[in-house]
Structure formats: structure tokens, C-alpha cells
Design a protein around this ligand. Structure first.
Ligand SMILES: Cc1cc2nc3c(=O)[nH]c(=O)nc-3n(C[C@H](O)[C@H](O)[C@H](O)COP(=O)(O)OP(=O)(O)OC[C@H]3O[C@@H](n4cnc5c(N)ncnc54)[C@H](O)[C@@H]3O)c2cc1C
Length: 361
């Protein structure tokens, strides 16, 4: 009688949004998984406001890959909610007050463009009549937007993985890893090792050569003084949560990359609030974290240039909520059946940095 070989599990470093969704994808495919994560408080995923917004930036452009990512993500998080038995997805419009008549005119024109139509609900030329909101020229109403309650989602995933013996609490112990003949960790064999370690990758011996560009961000939490029907977003966002609070954010800071909240960021957010809001703000919390961003603002997926069985899924940057579902799925398909990772997000686009002598040949 032939011996039945037991399938080896996948080993994942980090249970942030990237690691959680990748672990979920692999378990869904009936694979075994072990995640290792210290369950620390101020990780990017736990501090994040959780917004997903199809039209962003100073120039208000459709975000990269929006037509692919946005139809995918709401369906995806709904399925996750059902699996975990929680509510974490809150679809909600976004309202952007106009600051000038030029801007109002510009959007009247752009609203006719078919490529924007899926995301534009209305271009309004009169105030939304929200007490204390300054919007005399009306504003832009966006749809297919909302937020994901990431702390709740991650806590539920943690429970889900623990129940399945798929999570070890603590830091990954590099000294217990051997990669000479397959992946061995603490004397157990694994199919592959995937680092979903967020900003820690920047100082990791296997990944430090990649062009990460982490961005610190700070978010305030304030008592809700009224019910808002949507997110308000103009220089600063006011996101009304289920818990009758508002999340106000966020700052972008490329120096002092730590998770300590600062007075300067609080001042910056409150000043921006004054431009759109006349009411008092009662702050009840203030948090900071560092986003795992990259120089070209695209995620990084794929295998280490030299180490067999060692992978990275990282670089979700400022938009993890909208990027993670689609790319966790792609990463899983790559691991499971070898589906090719698109060059735009593949780690291979940076291989010349790892092999500089070959690049100059
Ligand atoms: C202030 C702020 C606001 C944000 N707002 C939004 C928003 O509104 N919308 C949006 O889409 N995105 C937002 N983001 C970005 C979002 O948080 C990220 O894109 C995403 O959560 C990154 O997920 P990740 O899993 O890659 O990283 P992380 O959440 O950082 O997870 C990495 C995990 O790896 C673990 N880890 C690291 N080293 C080790 C080790 N040696 N051993 C074991 N585990 C390890 C960490 O503890 C952590 O749990 C915001 C971020 C910040 C800071």
C-alpha cells in the first residue's frame, strides 16, 4: 500500500490585512496555513480609517484599476462577513464640497464622461443642508465607496485562524527558519513562506533592497455631534462610524516613521476641519501608524529572486482596503496554480535592484 503524503501548510508572516486575506484565500482552497503575528496595537491595518474611494487625489482621478477593483471588493468583503459572522463592510457615499465655481463647472463637464459615470451619483450646485457644513457651492456625490471596519475584521480573522489552529501569536523567529531544502520552520515542513509583514519588510534582510516608501499617517476620533448620511471629504475626511463617532483624517508624513501621535498632525487636521466645518470637535482618540507604501505606489507580489519557496505580498500603501481583496486572490492563485502575476505589481519589476551588476550589462 502506498503511503499518503500529507500536504504541507503555507507559512505566512503577519496577520494584517494582507496576511489575513491571503490566509483566508488559502484556507478557502482547502490548504493548511500557519500565520505568525504578535498582535500589536498600532499596525497600519489597525490604525487605518478603512475608506475605499474610487476617485481620489488632488486632481480627483479615477484610482488605478478602479473598474477592476471596485466591483470585486464589495462582493469580496460581504463574503468574508458571512464567513466570519460579523458586519465590517459599510458601503456609503462620499460628498466633496466644491471650493470654486470653476471646480463646479469642471465637474458638470466631467459628469458626462462615461468612464466616471459608475462612480458619480450627482453633481450638485446647491448646499447639502447639513448643519455646520460649509458647502455654499454644492459638491460632488460619489458612489461605490464606503469603509471597512478593519480592527473588527482583523480581530474576527484572528479568532477564525486560532479556531483552525492556523495562527501562532508572537514574532516570526528567523533563527528557526531553514531554507536550504524546502521551507522548514521550527522543525516543520512548509509548502512556501510568504512575508506579509508590512513596513517591517523595509529592514528585513531578504527584502530591504526593494524601494519601499513608508508614509506615516494620523487619524483623530471625535464624538459624533450629528448623524451624517455619508463621508465628507475635502482636504480632510469625516467618516461617520456605527459607534456614533467620526474618524477624521488623515495626515501624510514621510519623516519620523513611528506610531506616536503628534500635536502637529492634530493641529493640521483640526485646521483643515475648520475650512469645511463650523461646529465644535470633541476628540476622544488620536492614533498614528505607518503605511507600507512603495515608490511607484503599486503593491509588490511574488517570489524572492534567489530563495526557493520564499514570497512577498506587500506594498498596499494608502489603499489597502481596495487593493487587498483582488491581489490576495492573485497571490493565492500564483501560489496554488502558478498563475502569472501582472508585471505592474510583480516583484520582478525591481529585480535590477537586486542584481545591479546584471542590470548594467
Ligand atoms: C493613519 C492611516 C490611515 C489609513 N487609512 C486608510 C484608508 O482609509 N483606506 C485604505 O485603504 N488604507 C488606509 N491605510 C492603509 C492601510 O492600513 C494599509 O494599506 C494596509 O492595512 C496594510 O496592510 P498590511 O497587512 O500590508 O500591513 P500591516 O497592517 O502593517 O500588517 C503587517 C503585519 O505584520 C506583522 N509583522 C511584522 N513583522 C513581523 C514579524 N517579524 N513576525 C510576525 N509578524 C510580523 C505586523 O505586526 C502586522 O500585524 C491607512 C493607514 C494609516 C496608517
Amino acid at each position: 500500500m502506498g503511503q499518503i503524503m500529507e500536504e504541507k501548510p503555507y507559512l505566512i508572516v503577519g496577520q494584517g490585512l494582507a496576511g489575513s486575506l491571503l490566509g483566508y484565500e488559502l484556507l478557502k482552497a482547502c490548504k493548511k496555513v500557519l500565520l505568525v503575528d504578535p498582535n500589536e496595537a498600532n499596525t497600519s491595518s489597525k490604525v487605518a480609517a478603512g475608506l475605499y474611494n474610487p476617485i481620489t487625489g488632488k486632481k480627483m482621478q479615477k484610482t488605478w484599476l478602479a473598474d477592476t477593483l471596485f466591483p470585486f471588493l464589495e462582493h469580496y468583503y460581504s463574503e468574508v462577513e458571512q464567513t466570519l459572522g460579523i458586519r465590517a463592510l459599510f458601503p456609503m457615499g462620499i460628498y466633496r464640497p466644491f471650493l470654486s465655481l470653476e471646480e463646479q463647472n469642471d465637474w458638470m463637464g466631467r459628469s458626462a464622461e462615461t468612464s466616471y459615470q459608475a462612480y458619480l451619483k450627482e453633481v450638485s450646485t446647491h448646499s447639502a443642508d447639513i448643519p455646520q457644513l460649509k458647502d455654499p457651492l454644492g459638491g460632488l456625490h460619489l458612489q461605490k465607496a464606503g469603509y471597512v471596519h478593519l480592527p473588527r475584521l482583523l480581530a474576527a480573522f484572528r479568532h477564525y485562524f486560532l479556531e483552525r489552529n492556523s495562527l501562532e501569536t508572537g514574532h516570526f523567529q528567523e533563527e528557526s527558519l531553514h531554507t536550504a531544502q524546502g521551507i522548514q520552520y521550527k522543525n516543520q515542513d512548509f509548502e512556501a513562506l510568504i512575508y506579509c509583514n508590512g513596513t517591517a519588510a523595509q529592514s528585513h534582510p531578504l527584502w530591504h533592497w526593494l524601494p519601499f516608501r513608508p508614509v506615516k499617517g494620523e487619524v483623530l476620533e471625535a464624538k459624533a455631534t450629528q448623524t451624517l448620511p455619508y463621508v465628507i471629504n475635502r482636504g480632510v475626511f469625516i467618516l461617520p462610524t456605527e459607534e456614533q463617532t467620526w474618524r477624521i483624517g488623515a495626515t501624510y508624513q514621510w519623516k519620523d516613521l513611528n506610531d506616536r501621535p503628534t500635536e502637529a498632525a492634530k493641529e493640521e487636521l483640526l485646521q483643515k476641519m475648520q475650512e469645511i466645518w463650523t461646529g465644535e470637535i470633541q476628540i476622544i482618540n488620536h492614533r498614528a501608524g505607518v503605511r507600507p507604501a512603495t515608490v511607484d505606489r503599486r503593491p509588490i507580489l511574488g517570489k524572492h529572486p534567489e530563495r526557493t519557496g520564499v514570497y512577498l505580498f506587500n506594498g498596499l500603501g494608502t489603499k489597502g482596503v481596495s487593493l487587498a481583496p483582488y491581489f490576495a486572490n492573485q497571490m493565492a492563485q500564483h501560489l496554488l496554480i502558478g498563475t502569472q502575476i501582472p508585471h505592474e505589481v510583480s516583484i520582478e519589476r525591481f529585480f535590477s535592484l537586486y542584481f545591479p551588476s546584471k542590470a548594467s550589462l
